[in-house]
Design a binder for this molecule. Structure first.
Ligand code: ADP
Length: 472
């Protein structure tokens, strides 16, 4: 049944639920307030009555004391007292030591028997009560005479009347509050929910291709503002991530197109007309260079994808950094020697971290390759592995005395395809494409490490990496 579904859906909205909760809370609050006021009034009236009756009994006892032993005179006093309060509905009772009534008047205002239930005490007197009567009793203490008790009592109907009159007065107020509660609750909920609906509307407009819009932050600093700030921050990150992905694809395509275009035009040139063997040879060397560059580019793109793959972590095992450094230094020794660069590996003690051997080799290879490439003959490249006892990390530094990196380029050198300038590659055998350091960054990230660079142009560059050590 669609209407039933619609109904149950609308009941589940925060607005309706808040309205219902508000009404329930107001209902309970009004009920409790009414009961509390009623009971308070009843208690006050009873206490007030007890005090007045007590004063009256005290007065009567003084009068009795004055008349004793003239019992007739005492009776006259009692009758007078009883009559004087007849219109207030009071009665007076004179009891002996066994609490048998000796005299009571006026009879139409008094209960037939003395009240049997003692409910409290006040100022040396005792208070007696039944459903419809209340009385204060005091002992008549006159030296030398038998024990008597005097009670002055009243009907309690007037208290019940006063209480129900108050209830009648308050009931319409409570009723009005009950009617207003759902309305107030609904308006409050509507106000509270308005920013949420705005958040929903904005997020509905967002598309992966259109992430410019941001949620409104009203500046009141409440939870919804905090939520909007968090979502906006998250959107910024997603937009940034998507932009980098787009840039990466565009850059990769651009980098791949240059060698392909070069190969294609070389082939076309070769095919235009017959050429000498030497000319064919030159063209084939050119094609071969471009193919090598293309191959290098593709393998670096694969390395990057691999370094970013989460699957890699599954294969992590203890790896000796000092050993890898030693092998890499040995591998680069002939190249360094040819360039006239002194290449040294230093490790005072074995340093083992959890990682992927092949990736860590790649990392050191990239850094040493750059260091040797950008260090002029006579320079020095040093790779050092050590413990950072204070931080409980393994540290590796690749330090060269090469051409350095200008300060303004330093913040960007880990970006994909970022190169300080193509001209710096001239005079080196390999043509870079700006992927080497981003691969390094990805590998270090995978190993939960850090990588930093410091450099002074014409003096040299130092790359410093740290890695967490395995828990013993
Ligand atoms: P590439 O593969 O083009 O060398 P990288 O990502 O490895 O790209 O390096 C980015 C840029 O940083 C390069 O253009 C290079 O100029 C600079 N660079 C990297 N390492 C060094 C270094 N040891 N000394 C001087 N410049 C360096």
């Amino acid at each position: 049944m669609p209407w039933l579904q619609r109904f149950s859906r609308s009941v589940r909205t925060i607005r309706v639920r808040l309205t219902i909760w508000n009404s329930v809370v107001v209902f309970l609050a009004v009920l409790i307030a009414l009961i509390a006021v009623r009971e308070r009034l009843r208690y006050s009236l009873l206490t007030e009555t007890d005090h007045v009756l007590n004063d009256e009994v005290k007065e009567l006892i003084l009068a009795v004391g004055r008349c004793y032993p003239d019992l007739d005179q005492i009776r006259v006093e009692l009758v007078q007292k009883a009559n004087s309060h007849r219109d207030r509905g009071w009665h007076v009772r004179w009891l002996n030591a066994s609490r048998e009534t000796l005299w009571v008047g006026p009879p139409e205002h008094a209960p037939p028997e003395p009240l049997a239930q003692e409910v409290g005490a006040l100022d040396g007197a005792s208070i007696w009560a039944s459903d419809h009567f209340r009385a204060v009793e005091r002992e008549v203490k006159i030296p030398g005479i038998p024990r008597y008790y005097l009670r002055v009592g009243t009907k309690t109907a007037f208290i019940a009347q006063d209480v129900s009159r108050l209830t009648e007065l308050l009931a319409p107020v409570g009723f009005a509050l009950l009617l207003l509660a759902p309305l107030g609750g609904f308006l409050l909920a509507d106000r509270a929910i308005a920013p949420v609906q705005q958040i929903i509307a904005t997020t509905e407009r967002l598309r992966p291709s259109q992430l410019e819009e941001r949620l409104e932050v009203r500046g009141v600093g409440d939870e919804l503002d905090q939520l909007a700030i968090k979502i906006n921050h998250f959107l910024d990150e997603i937009a940034d991530h998507l932009r980098r992905k787009r840039d990466f694809v565009a850059n990769a395509a651009h980098e791949l197109r240059s060698p392909v275009t070069a190969i294609q035009s070389s082939v076309e040139v070769a095919l235009q007309h017959e050429r000498t063997t030497a000319e064919y040879e030159d063209l084939l060397i050119l094609i071969s260079d471009e193919c090598r560059h293309l191959g290098q580019l593709v393998s670096q793109l694969l390395q990057l994808a691999e370094a970013q793959s989460e699957v890699l972590r599954v294969s992590f095992a203890p790896v000796r950094l000092d050993e890898i450094v030693q092998r890499t230094v040995e591998m680069f020794a002939p190249v360094a020697e040819e360039r006239g660069v002194a290449l040294v590996g230093r490790a005072d003690q074995p340093v083992s971290i959890l990682g992927n051997r092949q990736q860590l080799r790649q990392l050191i290879t990239n850094l040493v390759d750059n260091a040797v490439k950008f260090t002029p003959p006579g320079g020095r490249v040093e790779v050092q592995v050590e413990f950072d006892a204070a931080q409980h990390r393994g540290r590796m530094t690749v330090r060269d005395t090469g051409i350095g990196i200008p300060e303004e380029n330093l913040p960007r050198i880990f970006e994909r395809f970022y190169q300080v300038s193509k001209s710096r590659d001239r005079g080196t055998e390999s043509r870079g494409n700006g992927l080497g350091l981003s691969i390094c960054q990805a590998i270090v990230d995978q190993h939960q490490g850090t990588i930093d660079v410091s450099s002074t142009p014409e003096q040299g560059t130092t790359f410093t990496m740290t890695f967490p050590l395995p828990k013993e």
